[in-house]
Unconditional design. Structure first.
Length: 85
């Protein structure tokens, strides 16, 4: 599960970079034959969709890890149970 969380965080980082690059390309005044506005719009749209989906996955994984008790904060409760025995 930790590999999936790491992969999702990497995807989120790439999506945020795509949004930033799209914003920079959108601010440039394009001259000549190449129109970068379409590229900027595409990068921003794909970045927003990827960021949204990876956020949903991270939220789901966080809830699943909390339910399973895989988080590091949950080890304190396990230590208390062992001490009571």
């Amino acid at each position: 599960m930790k590999k999936l969380v790491t992969t999702t965080i990497v995807i989120l980082s790439v999506a945020l970079a795509m949004i930033l690059v799209g914003g920079v390309l959108n601010g440039i005044t394009w001259t000549g034959d190449f129109n970068g506005d379409s590229l900027a719009s595409a990068l921003s749209t794909i970045g927003y969709v990827a960021a949204m989906l990876s956020g949903v996955v991270l939220t789901g994984l966080g809830v699943a890890m909390a339910v399973k008790g895989e988080c590091k904060n949950c080890s304190c409760e396990e230590k208390d149970k062992k001490e009571d025995k």
